[in-house]
Design a protein around this ligand. Structure first.
Ligand code: NDP
Length: 298
């Protein structure tokens, strides 16, 4: 086995075990957790993600619904639909698959999902709770990264983590999660983005680099400190001479940096599978909170 590779699969298995235990407990208390995913339009990538979420629920025994709405739905009708789902106590988690068609204001949609059911942790109330150090729900991909670091016993406490990218989905919540006052965080975090000058100088100082920029093979070995840990969130399609005509690569040039780093997540098979695993966990967190139940394993 390659000791350098931080594979996501064993970590998801550990998370799914925890989710199964919590699920059994909730069912004993008469609660049937349910996740509702709203898909607007027919974007093929979104359809794939939504199907994967449904399959994960099915495998675990979490109830799930997919609400498919036409691409030309008005913003008003979409918001009404979300309000109806909010009011239905059988739904514990609601997720609106992004991106949305251009005529719909994403921010309004995010604001309309009830914070208690916001399993993506996008609602400003949940973002605020995370920033203030008292999170209700954890953002899925960043929480999955913390799980990877914990599983492979890679300390973040007192270490310098460079987060590359400042999106609302990855970079910013990652920063906030690593700043939490607990032993799975307590990191010294800095963040760089497309307007940062001399970006390599920053990345080269870090013990752990978390790259989430969506630029194929962007980070090279010259930019990394010898022995650093690399978490590659990027999923980029590039042309390839194979049957599919493409392959997936990360934001870090894996082959180039391999000898320089001490540990690295592969793409695919690293961070990728963590997001849905954490979504399952959030669905149970939401179901438990809505029924005033404390989960046995958190
Ligand atoms: P966004 O496009 O929303 O954000 C990209 C961020 O990277 C921005 O902050 C941008 O800076 C910064 N950036 C872009 N180019 C550069 C550059 N050349 N130098 C420095 N910073 C740069 O992307 P996401 O966060 O949504 O996604 C990032 C990647 O992660 C994608 O490949 C995506 O597919 C993948 N992803 C994977 C997930 C998973 O594994 N489960 C989940 C979510 C995303 P600025 O703000 O200045 O524009």
């Amino acid at each position: 086995m390659d000791q350098k590779l931080l594979k996501g699969k064993p970590v998801t298995e550990a998370v799914y075990n925890r989710v199964s235990q919590n699920l059994a407990y909730l069912k004993e208390q008469g609660v049937q957790p349910r996740l509702t995913v709203v898909l607007v339009g027919e974007d093929p990538a979104s359809q794939v993600y939504v199907r994967r979420k449904g399959k994960a629920c099915e495998k675990l025994g979490i109830l799930s619904d997919t609400v498919v709405l036409p691409a030309d739905i008005s913003e008003h009708h979409l918001l009404d639909k979300i309000k109806t789902l909010n009011a239905d106590s059988r739904n514990h988690g609601i997720l609106v698959q992004l991106p949305l068609p251009a005529n719909i204001n994403e921010e309004k949609v995010i604001m309309t999902v009830a914070p208690q059911k916001d399993v993506d942790c996008f609602h400003p109330q949940n973002v605020g709770l995370l920033v203030s150090g008292n999170p209700y729900m954890l953002p899925c991909t960043p929480a999955g990264i913390v799980e990877i670091l914990k599983y492979y016993q890679l300390e973040t406490q007192s270490r310098h983590v460079e987060v590359v990218g400042r999106s609302n989905i990855d970079g910013k919540p990652m920063v906030n999660l690593l700043l939490q006052k607990n032993t799975s965080a307590n990191a010294t975090v800095t963040v760089v983005h497309s307007r940062t000058q001399h970006i390599s100088d920053h990345i080269r100082r870090a013990d752990i680099v978390i790259a989430a920029i969506g630029q194929p093979n962007f980070i090279k070995k010259e930019q990394l400190k010898e022995g650093s840990v690399v978490i590659d969130v990027g999923i980029n399609r590039i042309d390839a001479d194979n049957e599919k005509g493409y392959k997936l690569v990360g934001d870090v040039d894996f082959d180039d940096v391999y000898d320089t780093v001490s540990k690295i997540t592969p793409v695919p098979g690293g961070v990728g599978p963590m997001t849905i695993a954490m979504l399952m966990q959030n669905t149970l967190t939401a179901a438990a909170a809505q029924n005033n139940i404390k989960l046995p394993s958190e």
